[in-house]
Write a protein that binds this ligand. Structure first.
Ligand SMILES: [Zn+2]
Length: 315
């Protein structure tokens, strides 16, 4: 339901914070800080994760089927419009409120282009459409993609983006947002997509940093960020086996991780690899599972900008 908001105002003009508001405290219905549309409150809550609960912040959101006024800074279309204008053609405008982003251009920017032959000087014709990518603009494409990802991270779900921004891959094949952007709750979906090879294009994972380790096993080129893991799931074929998923991002450049800290909320874009470890005995005796199996999603960064911090919610 639109972009999540950290504050709202009530009918008497009092301002309330999403993390401390309780239903009925203000003169409802509450309103957006910037336009007259009415908003609802989602309170904060602790969420059970692999080893400790995490705090999910509260937020205000649009009521169903409502929209922000034109030019309100919480309108998704308004924000996409701004990003598209500065995107060096990564995002093209199709019609009012509708845009298209080419994942091939992101793939090229990451240096992981597929082996399709190029036509002419970087210009390609695909099903009647022509676009050109310029090598000098590749970092700009990643920056624009990051702005899109940060916008998505501020939304409640993929549906808000899907409405306004179409994703296409090679040959103008349409890619759903659910196959491109995976928030914390959908990490296992990302694993399935990557391991079953249903996606060839770059995908984005959102999560919280659990640890940052430098020079792993004394190798200076071995540096890794691990994301907080979701709760173990029960193996459908063997209920005594717990299945976990580790998400890790590797870089041979330790400097690339210096801007990040444990607990930061980040989004990571790239071509992921997967692996699966053999089951091992569960460390706790008498627990729910006798054995644990770890699945892994891994990414080697080609560019520092593939990982970026999610911005805090705006008022
Ligand atoms: Zn508004």
């Amino acid at each position: 339901m639109g972009i999540k908001m950290s504050q709202a105002r009530d009918q008497k003009g009092h301002i309330w914070d999403a993390d401390t508001y309780q239903k009925g405290r203000g003169a409802e219905p509450l309103l957006c800080m910037h336009c007259e549309t009415t908003v609802a409150h989602n309170p904060p809550y602790p969420k059970e994760m692999y080893d400790k609960p995490v705090f999910v912040p509260g937020y205000f959101r649009l009521m169903p089927k409502r929209a922000h006024a034109p030019n309100c800074q919480h309108g998704v279309d308004e924000e996409i419009n701004k990003i598209a204008k500065a995107s060096e053609d990564l995002i093209e405008s199709l019609e009012h409120d509708k845009y298209r982003l080419r994942l091939v251009m992101i793939q090229e920017a990451l240096g992981t282009e597929t082996s399709k032959p190029k036509q002419g000087d970087g210009e390609r014709a695909k099903a009647g459409h022509t676009y050109s990518s310029s090598p000098g603009l590749l970092p700009a494409y990643i920056n624009s993609a990051n702005r899109v990802l940060k916008l998505r991270a501020m939304c409640e779900s993929n549906a808000e983006m899907e409405q306004h921004l179409e994703l296409v891959f090679e040959g103008n094949v349409s890619v759903s947002w659910d196959q491109f952007y995976f928030d914390q709750d959908r990490h296992m979906h990302a694993y399935h997509a990557v391991s079953q090879n249903t996606v060839q294009h770059p995908i984005a994972l959102q999560g919280q940093i659990k640890s940052i380790r430098y020079a792993v096993q004394n190798k200076p080129s071995s540096n890794v960020i691990n994301l907080v893991m979701n709760k173990l799931r029960s193996d459908p074929d063997d209920s005594t086996n717990g299945i976990g998923l580790e998400v890790s991002v590797w870089s041979n450049q330790p400097d690339w991780f210096k801007d990040f800290a444990v607990d930061d909320e980040v989004v990571i874009l790239g071509i992921w690899k997967h692996s699966i470890a053999a089951p091992r005995p569960a460390p706790m005796q008498g627990g729910r599972f006798k054995t644990l199996t770890n699945r892994r999603l891994m990414l080697n960064l080609a560019l520092k900008s593939q990982i970026s911090r999610v911005e805090p919610l705006k008022r």
